[in-house]
Write a protein that binds this ligand. Structure first.
Ligand code: ACO
Length: 322
C-alpha cells in the first residue's frame, strides 16, 4: 500500500503586512529584512480568525482539488504550534467544521517541521491499512505568539494554512509509482532552548512569546536539513538529479539557498514563497506546494523533495511522487 496525494489546497489571511509597514512601527528596514531573510511581506490573521478557521479553508480547497466529499476522509492530522485552545485539538474543530464525525482527528506539534512529521504519521497509518483517506494540514497563527517589540523575531513570521489529501492505494510501490516514497524524522532536545515559546499551561500558565537565538538556529539548520535529505536519498537510491521540485520549509532564503547548493539541487528547481508568506511554520510547505501546483510547475509524475527544520530541534524530509 502506498499513500497517494489526491489534491492540495491552501488559505492565507487577507491582510498583507509589508516590510515597510513594520519599519514604520519598529526599528527595522525593508533592506535589512530582505537581505537577511528574503522576506518582503507576510499575511496576518484578523483577531477573530483562528488557526482552525484557516485550516478549514485550506482543507476545503484541498478536498475540492481532489474532487472529494469531506465524508471520504477518515483521518485528520493537523500540525500546529498555535492551536485555538490548549485542548481539545484544533484538528477536532476542523473535523467538526467539515461535518465529519467518524474516524480520528488529532494535532501534532513539531513546530516548523510539523507538516513533515504529520505527513509521515498519516503515511504510516495509511500504509498499515488503519485508515483509507487522510487530510494532512499545517496551520498557524504565529502572529499571536510574536513579541511585536522584538525586531529579531517579529519580522520573520506570518500566518496561513495548507493541506493535502492522501489516499491508501494498492500498487507495486516502485519509486516511479505515485505517492509518498519515504519519510525521515529526527529530533534533538539538547537544542530546545534555542527556539521556544516562553510560556505554557504547565510552567507559566500563560501563552508566552516566541524566543529565538537566530544565529544558533542558522548555524545548525543547513547541516541538519542536508543530513536528513541524504537519509531519504540513501533509502530510495534517488539522487538530487532525479528531483523535479525542491519544496523546503520556508524560513529564510539564505538557509534554503545554502541547502540546495550543498545538495547540488539546481536553483530553478527550488520553490520559494518566503518572500510573500514569511515563515508560516508548519503551514509553509503545503502553502508552497499549493502555489507550485496552481501555477503549473508541479505536474503528474514529478518527484518532490520536502524538508523542514525547526524548534526542538526537529527536522525531517519526505520524497513524494506527484
Ligand atoms: N531589523 C534591523 N536590525 C535588526 C533586526 C531587524 N529586524 N533584527 C536584528 N537586528 C540587528 C541586531 O540587533 C543586531 O544589531 P547589533 O549588531 O547592533 O547588536 C544586528 O541586526 C545583527 O543581529 P543578528 O541577530 O546577529 O543578525 P543575523 O545576521 O544573525 O540575522 C536572522 C538574524 C535573520 C534571524 C538570522 O540569524 C537567521 O536567519 N536565523 C535563522 C533563524 C530562522 O530562520 N528561524 C526561523 C525559525 S526556525 C526555522 O523555521 C528553521
Amino acid at each position: 500500500i502506498r499513500s497517494v496525494v489526491l489534491g492540495c489546497g491552501s488559505y492565507l489571511p487577507e491582510r498583507v503586512v509589508t516590510n515597510a509597514e513594520l519599519a514604520a512601527r519598529i526599528d527595522t528596514s525593508d533592506e535589512w529584512i530582505v537581505q537577511r531573510t528574503g522576506i518582503r511581506e507576510r499575511h496576518i490573521a484578523d483577531d477573530d480568525e483562528f488557526t482552525s478557521h484557516l485550516a478549514i479553508k485550506a482543507a476545503r480547497a484541498a478536498l475540492a482539488h481532489a474532487r472529494l466529499d469531506p465524508q471520504a476522509i477518515d483521518l485528520i492530522v493537523l500540525a500546529t504550534s498555535t492551536p485555538d485552545n490548549t485542548f481539545p485539538a484544533t484538528a477536532v474543530a476542523v473535523q467538526h467544521g467539515l461535518g465529519i464525525n467518524h474516524g480520528a482527528a488529532f494535532d501534532l506539534q513539531a513546530v516548523c517541521s510539523g507538516f513533515v512529521f504529520a505527513l509521515a504519521t498519516a503515511d504510516n497509518f495509511l500504509r498499515t491499512g488503519a485508515y483509507k483517506r487522510a487530510l494532512v494540514i499545517g496551520a498557524e497563527t504565529f502572529s499571536r505568539i510574536l513579541d511585536w517589540n522584538d525586531r529579531g523575531t517579529c519580522v520573520l513570521f506570518g500566518d496561513g494554512a495548507g493541506a493535502i489529501v492522501l489516499e491508501a492505494q494498492t500498487q507495486p510501490g516502485k519509486t516511479s509509482d505515485s505517492g509518498v516514497l519515504t519519510t525521515h524524522l529526527r529530533s534533538d532536545g539538547r537544542h530546545k532552548a534555542k527556539l521556544f515559546v516562553d510560556g505554557g499551561p504547565s510552567s507559566t500558565r500563560t501563552v508566552g512569546h516566541l524566543r529565538m537565538e537566530g544565529k544558533e538556529v542558522f548555524k545548525h539548520a543547513v547541516g541538519m536539513i542536508t543530513d536528513v535529505i541524504v537519509d531519504a536519498f540513501n533509502a530510495t537510491g534517488i539522487t538530487a538529479e532525479d528531483i523535479n521540485w525542491f519544496i523546503p520549509h520556508q524560513a529564510n532564503k539564505r538557509i534554503i539557498d545554502a541547502s540546495a547548493h550543498k545538495l547540488h539541487i539546481a536553483p530553478q528547481k527550488v520553490v520559494l514563497t518566503v518572500d510573500k508568506h514569511g515563515n508560516t511554520s508548519a503551514a509553509s510547505i503545503p502553502l508552497a506546494l499549493s502555489v507550485a501546483v496552481k501555477d503549473g510547475r508541479v505536474k503528474k509524475g514529478d518527484l518532490l523533495l520536502l524538508e523542514a527544520m525547526g524548534g526542538g530541534f526537529t527536522w525531517g524530509s519526505a520524497l513524494v511522487r506527484w
